[in-house]
Design a protein around this ligand. Structure first.
Ligand code: B3K
Ligand code: ZN
Length: 881
């Protein structure tokens, strides 16, 4: 059946279940052929329930046996379909429901529920995968205490893991053995996990702040244990940090992490047993880049932090997803900031927000941070829920201050521990802790769309008065035509002629709260008195609100801020605004058939910053990084011609390379000399490499033999994956004569390491060259590629669609057609993966008319397929609406 008519689930329809599940016993018998799951649920009616049928969720389930209190039910007492089990008249009072289901994990290509990955049995239950294991109230507000017995062949699965603490193990003498696990903390079904396989452990231990010893293990495929060292180190640092910063202690005797190679997302926070995509576990300098190391540190921390924000306190329903996700992203961002450089982390996070969340918020898939309806919940694990959800928490902290925020968090942890909570309950803790009415703030959770704040200024020399007029407006989004004004914290400074902040004698027109103006109305006129000269306003310091700012600062003002602002984020922002203005203008020139021209002063200002020894390398790398073609397309917003954007982009980079070439070259050479030192993936080391590789990329745009020699040499002499991959990517993207040999050498060396093969695939898929599509199509036939593995698909097809604007957006539509074909092909086997790929079409209406028509045709071609999954049907329907 087609899922276009799937029911809409609404927040306003929320009702608790009529029955509670007080205890769950699961008994898994894993064999090569099939798996039998015997589940025993201790069920009791909630207050007010009398004789109501018990309706449990299932998904593609086969029931073998059902009994109540030891008595098998007769046919007319229940109804079992793949999707539901209904017990028509349950006993009055408490009872024990026993069910046995039969599963075929090896045939489970959706990677939801129980499946096999490289021979290992593993599970993924969030959001609704548990119902693929047994019938259950598969929703987050039904909390229960789980005991799990796993029986499996010893040779295939010497390691048997589940949530909680180990209870006992035993040998059955017939080649099979078992393990029993008990999790004392009541939890919803989505946090259940099981792993059984022949895995190696990297072990360590951690002593908590109250002196309890916790055994830690990271499980990986045999032979990979040394590659788990950085993940383990990140875990121990996360545990310590959560004690120090949030006062949160771990609460079981063991904490296990398992890396699997077939996984739909990054990782999963199952209680005491986190299951990870191996991409976020395995690392050594040979195979992992600095970005991989930073990703491992962040994801290990994120999943660990969920132990409190997600597991101990979970969500009442899936509409509250940001309660755990936005908050936990905020927590992992803070952790990474403390481990590395705060300014660099903030800039990277804002770049991610702008590249992922802004287009979502401005397109057909826009939805509030807390959505009010959905058809398929898996389609709401989005940048809006995660990244904007984290920004909302950050604004809350700015608004009420650090102390009240800390008190609010403590209150939340004590008041709601062991509960399934809502956003209202969470926000109430901060309202109480701060004494501030936070009802107006709730608009951030309820309404979609990115507010646009327009800033105008005037300066009155005679009176020393500086005036800012700030207006806010949020564009309409699907289903929400009118928007309420939002509470917008604007951290600010008025930068005086000496580069320092000026201090006005008074400020009027908006609430001022430390260094923050708080906007609450559609329009504020804010006056600053007692200034000796016109200041340059530095607004939204640290990106204090997730808004777009329209402010006509002159190039001279922006260059001044770039050089002087006390706020590092706004220095970078000034540089980015200068670059973006230049790139948009150049794109218009290209489209008008003109040769693009650029102001030189902003580029010279960048040059001066490169020479500034007080700035760290990572920050310089960010200053030098030109906004991406996708960033420029987003700014252009309408009638986008990706070829024009690419030509303008190239011309701009070439201008930088010509003007700053000598400096860029010396950066690369200085790094070459430092290359003899041992590789350390920390802020300093990764910053130095990032700067050198950014410089190398810019130099290569000239195509000069000098520059390309430098790239080739860097590829050949690289001592770590960061530098090797950066040089390879430049060679491939420039279509250099040495590219093929470099690709072959790279594959020769790393062809048996799947995570490195992914880098090899992505470097080719993102090359802005006319033969890239043919190459990508050929690579789908390569023995190292598989449509069955999500990492491979994302590395090849995902990279093509997201990081190759000119080739995905080819004028002949073949790029769109190819990706649409892959989506249709993947849909039945792995709907979540297919739906994720489909999201790459979300900005299709921004193209110029010809490409728009071609993109629409590609989308419609997916629709013609019978039996579309609910995941793909939902995205398609909204994308085309
Ligand atoms: N909570 C999981 C995501 C589950 C996604 C389900 N489609 C990972 C995380 O955010 O930590
Ligand atoms: Zn999460």
């Amino acid at each position: 059946m087609s899922h276009e008519s799937s029911p809409v689930i609404r927040l306003s329809d929320y009702k608790p279940t009529p029955y509670a599940i007080d205890k769950v016993d699961l008994d898994f018998n894993l064999t090569a052929k099939e798996t039998l799951v015997a589940a025993t649920l201790a069920i009791s009616p909630r207050d007010g329930t009398f004789g109501e049928p018990l309706v449990l969720d299932g998904d593609e389930l086969t029931l073998v046996r059902v009994a109540i209190d030891g008595r098998e039910l007769s046919q007319d007492e229940y109804e079992a379909t793949p999707d539901h089990l209904t017990v028509k008249v349950p006993p009055n009072g408490a009872f024990r429901l026993e069910m046995t289901t039969r599963l075929d994990p090896a045939a489970n290509t959706k990677l939801m529920g129980l499946y096999r990955s490289s021979g290992t049995w593993c599970t993924q239950c969030e959001a609704e995968g548990f119902r693929r294991i047994t019938y259950y109230y598969d929703r987050p507000d039904v909390l229960s205490v789980f005991t799990v017995k796993i029986t499996a062949p010893k040779s295939e699965a010497p390691v048997l893991l589940s949530n909680g603490n180990p209870v006992s193990v035993g040998d059955l003498g017939d080649g099979r053995h078992f393990a029993i696990w008990h999790d004392p903390w009541p939890k919803p079904s989505y946090l259940f996990a099981l792993v059984a396989g022949a895995l190696a452990a990297f072990e360590d231990e951690f002593t908590t702040m109250s002196g309890r010893k916790v055994m830690l293990a990271v499980y990986v495929e045999k032979g990979n244990a040394p590659k788990a060292a950085y993940a383990m180190d990140s875990l121990k640092r996360s545990m310590k940090w959560d004690e120090e910063v949030f006062g949160r202690e771990y609460d079981l005797d063991v904490f296990n992490v398992v890396a699997v190679s077939d996984f739909n997302m990054g990782a999963m926070e199952n209680k005491g047993l986190n299951v990870f995509n191996d991409k976020y576990v395995l690392a050594d300098p040979e195979i992992a880049t600095d970005a991989d190391y930073a990703g491992i540190e962040a994801v290990i921390a994120h999943e660990y932090f969920h132990n409190w924000t997600g597991d101990r306190i979970t969500c009442r329903d899936w509409f509250q997803l940001c309660l755990k996700e936005g908050l936990t992203v905020f927590r992992d961002q803070e952790f990474s900031s403390d481990m590395r450089s705060r300014a660099v982390k903030r800039i990277s996070d804002v770049r991610l927000l702008r590249s992922q969340q802004f287009p979502e918020d401005g397109g057909p898939l826009a939805h509030p941070v807390r959505p009010e309806q959905y058809k398929e919940i898996n389609n709401f694990y989005t940048a809006t829920v995660y990244e904007k959800g984290a920004e909302v928490i950050r604004m809350l902290k700015t608004l009420i201050g650090d102390d009240a925020f800390a008190r609010g968090m403590d209150l939340y942890f004590t008041r709601h521990d062991g509960e399934a909570a809502t956003i209202e309950q969470f926000i109430a803790c901060f309202a109480e802790a701060s004494g501030r009415d936070l009802e107006p703030f709730m608009v951030w959770y309820r309404e979609a769309g990115t507010p646009i704040v327009t800033v105008e200024e005037s300066w009155d020399e005679a009176s020393g008065r500086f005036t800012l007029t700030l207006t806010q407006e949020t564009p309409a989004t699907p289903g929400q035509q009118t928007k309420k004004p939002r509470v917008i914290p604007v951290r600010f400074g008025l930068v005086g002629p000496d580069g320092g902040d000026m201090h006005p004698s008074s400020i009027a027109g908006a609430e001022v709260n430390g260094g923050t103006l708080v906007l609450t109305q559609p329009l504020h006129t804010v006056t600053f008195e007692g200034l000796s000269s016109r200041p340059v306003p530095s607004l939204f310091r640290g990106f204090s609100a997730p808004v777009k700012v329209r402010q006509a600062l002159s190039s001279a003002d922006l260059i001044f801020l770039l050089a002087n602002d006390a706020d590092s984020f706004n220095r970078w922002q000034a540089g980015t605004t200068l670059a973006m203005t230049a790139l948009v203008k150049a794109t218009q020139q290209v489209r008008a058939g003109q040769v693009p021209t650029f102001e030189t002063a902003p580029i010279d200002a960048l040059g001066a910053l490169i020479d500034d020894s007080s700035l760290d390398a990572a920050f310089k790398a960010l200053l030098l990084a030109v906004p991406s073609e996708n960033d420029v397309a987003r700014e252009v917003a309408e009638n986008v011609d990706p070829d024009a954007v690419a030509n303008a982009h190239k011309a701009y980079r070439r201008t930088i390379a010509d003007r700053l070439g000598v400096r860029l070259k010396s950066i690369v050479e200085a790094d070459q000399t430092a290359a003899g030192q041992p590789y350390v993936p920390d802020a300093a080391g990764s910053g130095r490499r990032a700067l050198a590789n950014t410089a190398l990329d810019l130099l290569s745009v000239t195509g000069s033999s000098d520059a390309m020699d430098l790239v080739r040499r860097r590829f050949e002499t690289a001592t770590n994956m960061t530098d090797r991959l950066a040089a390879l990517t430049v060679l491939v993207h420039r279509g250099d004569a040495g590219a093929e040999a470099a690709l072959a050498a790279f594959f020769e060396r790393f062809g048996t390491v799947p995570l490195v093969v992914d880098k090899w695939l992505s470097a080719q898929a993102s090359a802005p060259l006319p033969d890239t599509l043919d190459r990508v199509m050929a690579l789908t036939e390569h023995p190292a590629f598989s449509f069955g593995n999500p990492n491979r698909v994302r590395a090849l097809v995902g990279a093509f669609a997201t990081s190759n604007p000119t080739q995905f957006g080819r004028a002949d539509g073949k790029g769109f057609g190819f990706v649409a074909g892959v989506i249709s092909r993947l849909d039945a086997a792995n709907p979540q993966l297919a739906a994720r790929l489909l999201v790459t079409f979300r900005s299709w209406r921004s193209y110029e008319p010809k490409r728009r028509t071609l993109a629409e045709a590609a989308l419609r071609s997916i629709q013609t397929k019978p039996q579309l999954s609910r995941d793909v049907a939902d995205i398609l329907e909204r994308t085309l609406a």
